[in-house]
Design a protein around this ligand. Structure first.
Ligand code: C2E
Ligand code: MG
Ligand code: MG
Ligand code: MG
Length: 276
């Protein structure tokens, strides 16, 4: 292409591409160092049962505490770690840290908390994922049923028997499986029935504009009804207002997570705030 456009264009584009590529390489190197230097931290966001108002668990969300830039959100580095494969060791670090924290909270007298951990597609492609998860549970002493793994629709859709086997292997450990960002992918009822899933997590995009957007309300209500018909738990994410909570409760949504209840926060703050 550069050739077709002539030598001048070629000379014009090269430094720009190089700059972008260099920036990526630099970030990649910094992320590798960050993992080695223990610069990642987990924040925990509470999940509550809508009926009883009881704390049922939390979601572990990774942040990068960069010495130069301070706290960096996962949106800024997870995509690159997924491209480069660094998400695999980072994801294991997240799983190990979250399970360690869960065990610590159990030992402090809070056995009721389930820890939800996000898995990336890359981790899910490892055929020995179930064995790795089992090893981490074993190492940290967290009972398997206190761990909930969050997957996305795209990770499991259209990947055939291998995925079904992997999901069954994870279920056999005793852990729970949740479909994150539900409603944004291309799922069908047929596959929901085929997979040993425990929970659907309604994407925050359908929660945000409740009660103004009738379509979103219809979609949220449909997901809740479908989950209940399939005997699945259903949780809504991104719940920010009382009106959203009221609507979701009326529709029979089992659990909620969002700023209305608490932002993701460091483990010690989580314990101070929610364990009394
Ligand atoms: P997610 O798993 O869907 O997590 C929910 C995101 O929504 C989190 O953003 C959370 O802070 C945010 N959130 C929670 N409640 C509210 C609310 O009431 N309003 C609004 N506007 N937002 C809310 P965060 O922590 O920035 O994480 C973004 C995404 O990064 C996550 O989306 C997840 O896909 C990914 N991620 C985070 N941690 C990990 C990890 O350890 N491994 C992997 N593979 N991905 C992760
Ligand atoms: Mg999630
Ligand atoms: Mg989500
Ligand atoms: Mg998401």
């Amino acid at each position: 292409q550069a050739k077709e456009q002539g030598r001048n264009t070629y000379r014009f584009y090269t430094p720009k591409l190089t700059a972008a590529a260099n920036e990526r390489l630099a970030l990649e190197a910094r992320l590798h160092r960050a993992l080695a230097n223990d610069e990642f931290v987990l924040h925990y966001q509470p999940q509550f049962e809508t009926d009883s108002g009881a704390l049922i668990g939390c979601e572990a969300l990774v942040r990068w505490h960069s010495p130069e830039e301070g706290m960096i959100s996962p949106a800024r580095f997870i995509p690159l770690t997924e491209e480069t494969g660094l998400i695999v060791p980072l994801g294991e670090w997240v799983l190990r840290s979250a399970c360690t924290q869960g065990r610590r909270w159990m030992d402090a007298g809070h056995p009721e908390v389930t820890i939800a951990v996000n898995l990336s597609g890359r981790q899910f492609q490892q055929h020995d994922l179930a064995r790795r998860v089992a090893a981490i549970l074993d190492e940290t002493g967290l009972p398997a049923d206190r761990l909930k793994l969050e997957l996305t629709e795209s990770m499991i859709m259209g990947h055939g028997e291998q995925v079904v086997e992997l999901l069954h292997a994870l279920k056999t450990l005793g852990s729970r499986l949740s479909i994150d960002d539900f409603g944004t992918g291309y799922s069908s009822l047929a596959y929901l029935k085929r997979f040993p899933i425990d929970e659907l997590k309604i994407d925050q995009g359908f929660v945000r504009d409740i009660p103004q957007d009738e379509n979103d309300m219809e979609i949220a209500a449909t997901i809740i009804a479908m989950a209940r018909n399939l005997n699945l738990k259903v949780i809504a994410e991104g719940v920010e207002t009382r009106a959203q909570l009221d609507f979701l409760t009326r529709q029979g949504c089992h659990a909620c997570q969002g700023y209305l209840f608490g932002r993701p926060m460091p483990a010690d703050e989580f314990a101070r705030t929610f364990f009394r």
